[in-house]
Design a protein around this ligand. Structure first.
Ligand code: ATP
Ligand code: MG
Length: 576
């Protein structure tokens, strides 16, 4: 199999850090953070940021914090905090004792706001939210100054104190920075620092009825924590001058913000708002629906942490937005499971096969290797008996050209077992539907090999009817039919592009008995079918449920050939 090839250079962020270390900037310390807002579950885009921040800290002997940017009391919930911690840990990263919340800094942020007021750099504004928007101007038109902009320091201090004391209604007053209403950068046009919001916060309870805006919180939180390199996505590029203005005016430690392109993946959506809409609208079964690009959904589907880390390493970081092909993600999990998954047999759409010349009450146990990739994984005993199941699709009454599987009069190999030859069919008298096949086996082909040199072209997977276990198998396809469902041109909504066939549930599958007590989450290769894992939510010993993680078909190998020519980002070399 081909693997995406290696480029030996450091990405641009690691190059900057290497230079900073050489120059002994910040006395040679490297401190990063992963700063999620707890308003949803993490997705594969966040994994990119997690791998980057924690990865850099490890590679350069630094530290990485986990910090919840929890400035919005209304959208944030404890459930999200817990899921985020679980996902970061599961991905293999450790914040040690450095778990922080922006809400821990509310007192300090309030003091910073007072400091700005005292320096004549912030004022309380009585304009309504609509008026503020109107006064703000546009990209081509400069804004207008609020009539409240010239309030005295004393009046501002007293008004801000009264905001805090709960004297004003939601939306009636804000604290704004006094910067420049004519700035070409809209973020610099007297941005709002604090708003009145009578709402309980998941951590500070009812202590506050004013809350700092994200922009007034993020940079200062980085500063308080001594974050040397604040890595964020490109949409914050225009906010950098504002963050720099704050730390400069407040005369506090100045982190260096570096922006990189967010991950976009084909055939899915990544924004938490959209994911929330799918969850709440019942289009999926929950945040951990295996069709979602959430970390919990991918884990449930059978993705391993290592495969996600490898994927993130492979896509690298760059300054330019691009769309990564879902096939690359699938390549990463195939590559990983190919090494670690035990091979087993399962029949998803069974048809009965009776071996007429096999004794009625006999069972024999055949040796079956667990992995051709790794002999160390050993072998198991597979029961073989007179009545078997094979895949319905593996038989054709009138086989077309190049169909090398079972057909009337034709001989095929049953994997690990015998050659069998099809002698007859039983059909339902009324409907004509095929009920069972009658075959004979050749006892001299035990193990699946003939010593007279006789060749067969097809090898089929199978299970013994009496020994196999019934299971439910869920087959997943892309959640959307369009590569870019978020492209809302022509007024279409992303939900218009949902794939109605993204889930197919098969309830009468048969799996080999060795799967009886497979633990939740464990992945297997079902021979000839793909990689599957035991569903961690719905599977039990009474009712086995498997999720298809990924098919065996490797479309990536093909895509890679074309991408190699066009200079697709390859695997990054570890920093020295
Ligand atoms: P979303 O738009 O999906 O809600 P967000 O940026 O609002 O994402 P946050 O919780 O604020 O979500 O993100 C935490 C960190 O993860 C931020 O540093 C953010 O830049 C980064 N991040 C979010 N989405 C992506 C992505 N698709 N690719 C890379 N990094 C991302
Ligand atoms: Mg955000």
């Amino acid at each position: 199999m081909n693997t995406p090839d290696s480029t030996p250079s450091l990405d641009f962020i690691r190059s900057i850090i290497t230079e900073d270390l050489k120059a002994n900037k910040n006395h040679g310390t490297i401190h990063t953070r992963f700063p999620p807002e707890p308003n949803g579950y993490l997705h594969i885009g966040h994994a990119k940021s997690i791998c980057l921040n924690f990865g850099i800290a490890t590679e350069f002997g630094g530290l990485c914090n986990l910090r919840f940017d929890d400035t919005n009391p209304i959208k944030e919930e404890e459930e999200f905090v817990e899921s985020i911690k679980e996902d970061v840990r599961w991905l293999g990263f450790d914040w040690e004792d450095r778990l922080y919340y922006a809400s821990d800094y509310f007192d300090q942020l309030y003091k910073y706001a007072v400091q700005l007021i005292k320096n004549g750099k912030a004022y309380v504004d009585d304009l309504t939210p609509d008026e503020i928007r109107e006064y703000r101007g546009t990209l081509t038109e400069s804004g207008r100054e609020s009539p409240y902009r010239t309030r005295s320091v004393e009046e501002n201090l007293s008004m801000f104190e009264r905001m805090r004391a709960g004297e004003f209604e939601d939306g009636s007053r804000v604290l704004r920075a006094k910067i420049d209403m004519a700035s070409p950068n809209l973020n610099m046009r007297d941005p709002v620092l604090y708003r009145v919001l009578h709402a309980a916060h998941h951590r500070t309870g009812k202590k506050w009825c004013i809350y700092p805006m994200y922009d007034f919180t993020h940079g200062q939180s980085d500063s308080i924590e001594g974050i040397t390199h604040s890595l964020c996505t490109l949409e914050f590029e225009d906010h950098r001058p504002l963050y720099d203005w704050f730390v400069n005016e407040l005369k506090i430690f100045a982190p260096q913000q570096i922006e990189f392109a967010r991950l976009n993946l084909s055939y899915t959506v990544m924004s938490k708002r959209k994911l929330m809409e799918l969850v709440e609208g019942g289009d999926v079964t929950g945040w951990d629906d295996p069709r979602l690009p959430t970390i919990s959904g991918m884990r449930r589907r059978g993705y391993t942490a290592e495969s996600i880390r490898n994927f993130c390493e492979r896509i690298g970081v760059a300054k330019r937005e691009s769309m990564v092909d879902m096939a690359l993600l699938e390549y990463s999990i195939r590559e990983d499971l190919n090494k670690r998954a035990r091979r087993v047999m399962a029949v998803l759409r069974p048809i009965r096969v009776v071996i007429d010349n096999y004794p009625e009450d006999e069972t024999e146990y055949l040796d079956a290797e667990n992995s051709p990739e790794d002999p160390g994984m050993g072998s198991r005993k597979l029961p073989f008996s007179r009545v078997l199941y094979i895949e319905k699709d593996d038989f054709r009454e009138d086989p077309p050209k190049k169909f090398f599987r079972l057909a009337p009069g034709r001989e095929v190999r049953l994997k690990h077992a015998y050659y069998i030859k099809c002698k007859g069919m039983v059909k339902d008298e009324k409907t004509g539907e095929l009920i069972e096949l009658h075959c004979t086996y050749d006892p001299k082909t035990r193990g699946g090999w003939s010593d007279d040199g006789r060749k067969v072209r097809g090898t089929l997977h199978w299970v013994s009817a009496a020994h196999s276990i019934e299971a439910e198998v869920r087959l997943y396809d892309h959640l959307f039919v369009k590569p870019d469902p978020s492209d809302e041109k022509n007024g279409s909504d992303f939900k218009d592009h949902l794939n109605p066939n993204s889930l197919e549930t098969l309830t009468s599958c048969r799996v080999e008995p060795s799967l009886a007590d497979a633990p939740p989450g464990m992945g297997f290769q079902f021979l000839r079918l793909g990689y599957f894992c035991v569903d961690s939510v719905d599977s039990s010993t009474d009712r086995l449920v498997f999720n298809r993680t990924v098919t065996l078909r490797d479309t990536w190998a093909k895509i890679e050939k074309t991408q190699k020519k066009s200079g697709m980002p390859g695997k990054r070399k570890k920093a020295a």
